[in-house]
Design a protein around this ligand. Structure first.
Ligand code: G1P
Length: 299
């Protein structure tokens, strides 16, 4: 594998039960940070990394994701007629020209590995990316996936994003053990899904960005249910590293776990504080809110 990735898979079939009742009708990937849904941040990151084919693995209830990436004729016409060119651009740029969206249904929620396997026919025999939109990664420089795609292209190996987490949190993540790191990369020796802290081989956790060799598909086909009774991508990666090099990559950037309430709040705060138009008022109102609650000013 030393080709550049062109295709990205977005598993978006999860139920999002943590965000009920909102997710009764709004898929969790459509929850916004400021004015863009989480899925848009992940899509932009994939496009920046060079992807032009986006594969959404959805379930039959998730029309909102497909609708969002579809052309909105009436809305575009209205905005055009009323001269709202800035808003028109925002709506059109949801999916830039030359980028196509493909929707694949995951009929049963059998796990992340199974969701990725559903994209097999669209991906074919080339390296590809997987992005979990819950993991929002903020960076001033190149996005996390671009950093990883460059590394994968140079080495020819699969690359998996990692970051250190507190040991008591290992049961929420895939955890890797690596050989030494050179710069940001280290070869993975072992990977295990959601180990208890006492069983975890390290506290280096997998974050939802992967660049994978297509060999993963045949390994997924023979992967049996693992942690939580689900077909785990982690288990197929464990099989892959028996055959070839798979590298862990410590990306540059800050990751927000938007699959949790506090992560979504944290991301909203960070993006507001970094926002061209909102930063001053966001800072002010945070200070006011803290002062009202009797907490000392920020800084
Ligand atoms: C998934 C993966 C896990 C990874 C995590 C990152 O778990 O299975 O290995 O560490 O994403 O967000 P999930 O959070 O979907 O349970």
């Amino acid at each position: 594998m030393s080709a550049r990735i062109r295709k990205a898979v977005f598993p978006v079939a999860g139920l999002g039960t943590r965000f009920l009742p909102a997710t009764k009708t709004v898929p969790k990937e459509m929850l916004p940070i400021i004015d863009r849904p989480l899925i848009q941040y992940a899509v932009d990151e994939a496009i920046e990394a060079g992807c032009d084919t986006l594969v959404f693995v959805t379930n039959r209830y998730k029309h909102a994701v497909a609708d969002y990436f579809d052309k909105a004729y009436e809305l575009e016409q209205k905005l055009e007629r009323s001269g709202k060119t800035e808003q028109l651009e925002l709506v059109r740029n949801v999916l830039p020209e030359g980028v196509r969206a493909v929707f694949v249904t995951q009929a049963e929620a059998l796990g992340l590995g199974h969701a990725v396997l559903c994209a097999k026919a669209v991906i074919g025999d080339e390296p590809f990316a997987v992005l979990l939109p819950d993991d929002l990664i903020w960076n001033r420089g190149p996005g996390a996936l671009k950093q990883m795609a460059d590394a994968a292209e140079a080495s020819g190996a699969s690359v998996i994003a990692v970051q250190d987490v507190p040991r008591e949190q290992t049961a929420s993540y895939g955890i890797v053990a690596t050989e030494g790191f050179a710069k940001r990369q280290g070869r993975i020796r072992a990977i295990v899904e959601k180990p208890k802290p006492e069983d975890a081989p390290s506290n280096l956790a997998v974050v939802g960005r992967y660049v994978l060799n297509p060999r993963i598909f045949s390994l997924l086909e023979s992967t049996t249910p693992g942690a939580g009774g689900e077909i785990q991508l982690t288990d197929a990666i464990a099989a892959l590293l028996e055959e070839e090099a798979v590298n862990a990559y410590r990306f540059q950037g800050t990751r927000f776990d938007c699959g949790t309430h506090i992560g979504l709040i944290e991301a909203t705060i960070r993006y507001a504080l970094d926002h061209e138009k909102l930063s001053d008022s966001a800072r002010q109102l945070m200070q006011n809110a803290l002062a009202e609650l009797g907490v000392e000013e920020l800084n």
